[in-house]
Design a protein. Structure first.
Ligand SMILES: [Fe+2]
Length: 441
């Protein structure tokens, strides 16, 4: 392929990613009235109208001003939309752009960006190499779209979102776990063009033998943990987790309520019985950790999770995704808010990894046992606040994306992180365990 054609394809891909993100941002903000847009639905979240203008502000900073070298659109609002200046709880009291103003602002920025895209050089400095800054901005918007989806889940009132149900399980019986022999694999990436700084560089990691659940832990399995008194027995809980469990009065995943002997859940304002075969979602790291200990297991480390997802024993190389190097399609993973819930376990056989592990990408983010840290050779890019300032024991790593994650912000190397008490995110988990040498045959 000629260089010109290659570049044209790249510009088209950027435009598609930006348009897809914007369609979603508009759908999420047009779904509610102006009152709802400016209201704070939870102390954990920003008003939706803050997210919207913040998306535009980041796009302006990186693509209009930096890449495009153009005049600022609204330099006066930079401070208002700097996530590091104002914690979420304080955002409703700021003099924010109103709904109409915010919509006009993001439209104006986007028009300029499409113009920048048509002529910008896509090589020469790392920020523009293979359109990195454009890819970073598309991922940023999609990540805020997922955050806005979580705000919708926290919002009370009548249902406003709708989507078809995900595919059902094929019904084929899967083994409970997959055993992975000890050995090295390539973790992280140095070649994925839009990978973020924390996914880089690619490096060899030796992983001891382990077993990992074939599918995420289901609501049915989690209900057995509750019924067995799992929430009342400090033996299963991390010390800090137990203190939090008592203080916060946790008795079940967030959004669940008792219904006689069973459970109901509220999902985007719809109250329904908890489906036994779906991955459990809206549990904190502490709950996931307690469940795993009760089950005689543990959470996988981040390296174990990534090896289960990417390692191909036939070639020894690591794939971009469990199914291969091709972008996700509808039959491979439950991504992109196509459905408003995780799919039953066993619903995506075509998306399994070479080792035979299912639904690693999509459905629910999966808590791992690991703290967020830089890989050997890590270099902050394009700014320290993207991820380096979060490194340390405060944050636990989540992997794989959820039904609310867009494909542009999800791959085998993608890393997400949050506090171990968080439950409003679309997070579940699967378990792992050490393997004895005699089990390896
Ligand atoms: Fe942001």
């Amino acid at each position: 392929m000629s260089v010109e054609l290659e570049e044209e394809k790249l510009r088209d891909a950027v435009e598609r990613a930006l348009r897809r993100a914007r369609e979603r941002s508009i759908a999420l903000t047009d779904a509610v009235d102006d009152d709802d847009l400016v209201r704070q639905h939870s102390k954990l979240m920003s008003p939706l109208v803050w997210d919207l203008a913040h998306i535009g502000n980041q796009e302006e900073l990186w693509l209009v001003r930096d890449v495009g070298g153009r005049e600022p659109v609204r330099i006066d609002i930079d401070e208002l939309y700097d996530a590091f200046q104002h914690p979420r709880a304080s955002r409703p009291s700021l003099p924010l752009l109103g709904p109409a103003e915010a919509r006009g602002y993001v439209r104006e920025v986007r028009d300029k960006v499409l113009d920048v895209l048509s002529s910008a050089k896509l090589e020469g400095r790392p920020l523009v190499e293979r359109a990195f800054a454009f890819g970073m901005v598309a991922q940023h918007e999609q990540q805020h779209d997922e955050t806005m989806l979580a705000t919708h889940q926290l919002r009370s009132g009548t249902p406003v979102l709708d989507a078809p149900p995900p595919p059902r399980s094929t019904g084929r019986r899967l083994p409970a776990e997959v055993i992975v022999p000890a050995g090295p694999f390539t973790m992280g990436t140095s070649t994925e063009p839009w990978a973020l700084d924390n996914e880089r560089p690619a490096h060899q990691v030796h992983v001891g033998a382990f077993a990992i659940d074939t599918v995420p832990v289901t609501n049915g399995a989690y209900q057995r943990f509750i019924a067995a008194g799992g929430y009342d027995d400090p033996r299963w809980w991390h010390e800090t987790g137990w203190a939090h469990r008592i203080e916060a009065g946790l008795v079940a995943p967030r959004f669940w309520q008792r219904d006689g002997d069973g459970w109901l859940r509220t999902r985007f304002s719809v109250v329904e019985p908890v489906p036994a075969d779906e991955p459990v979602v809206h549990v904190s790291w502490y709950e996931a950790d307690a469940y795993a200990r009760w089950a005689g297991r543990r959470l996988p480390t981040e390296a174990e999770w990534e090896k289960a997802a990417r390692f191909d024993p036939a070639t020894g190389r690591s794939r971009r995704f469990p199914w291969g190097d091709e972008e996700p399609t509808d039959n491979l993973a439950n991504l992109g808010q196509r459905h408003l819930r995780p799919a039953e376990v066993g619903a995506y056989p075509a998306g399994a990894s070479p080792l035979g592990v299912h639904q690693l990408i999509g459905d629910v983010w999966e808590w791992t046992g690991s703290d967020l840290a830089g890989y050997p050779g890590f270099a902050a890019f394009p700014y320290r606040e993207y991820s380096e300032v979060f490194f340390g024991p405060e944050y636990k790593v989540l992997r794989g994306g959820s039904f609310g994650t867009d494909a542009v912000a999800c791959r085998g190397t993608f890393r997400n992180w949050d506090y171990p008490i968080r439950r409003q995110i679309f997070a579940g988990f699967r378990c792992a365990r050490d393997v004895r040498p005699d089990e390896l045959g």
